[in-house]
Design a protein around this ligand. Sequence first.
Ligand code: PEP
Length: 253
Amino acid sequence: MTADAMRLVFAANWKMHLGPSDTRAFMRAFLTHYARRPDRRVIFFPPALSLTTLVDALRDRPDIEPGVQNIHWEDKGAFTGESSAPMARDAGAKVVLVGHSERRHVFGETDDETAKKMAAAVRAGLVPMLCVGEKIEEREAGQTQAVVVRQLRAGTSVIEPHAIAGILVAYEPVWAIGTGKTATPEDASATHQVIRHELTVLVGDKAAAIPILYGGSVNQGNAQALLAAAEVNGLLVGGASLDPEGWSTIVRT
Ligand code: PEP
């Protein structure tokens, strides 16, 4: 296992919150609460319009990685309203969320589109964080593992094994996102073990170094227990990442 894989990953998904002015204020506060730690990897996914403000605020903190929440799979073209991976890279992003449940289930993104976005990210030199997770009806039908494995296989289907070895994966049960309901550490761990197994099938020993994050209503009260679960290497957090002090408390968990 590499030194990187030993670091816990804390990723903030701001969704459609915090424009440039709020981003500037947030980072001013957050950076006073969070000093660099070698055992932590911290990533922010601001709205696209706030990315350059975030990058600017992190000029003296190269330990924190700026990201974007979405990219188009083409590098350029007539796609009004979209941003491409090379543009995100040019603006300072290092990481990109791919296949977040809101992209899949609010905007109708398919497995095939997710795969093309993974390829676009890798082409542009962005690290993709592939999000997978089952809907409540799929969970109740006992399909959690099948859904997660299908999404993982689809998302990695068009990138080379060496690129797969460089991704991050986030397990986010759809029913837990923004609902206040969290998977138990045991349930999260069981699914993370399935993901780890599938990654091992894809890239062998290198799978051990791929961080698998849990996401879904993580907060200050449950972060520690989730992080203590086997195969949980970090957290992807929406609502609880919007307050700089609260988020810094979670990152220091
Ligand atoms: C998310 O947006 O990825 C997420 C996990 O949101 P929340 O923490 O609000 O459930």
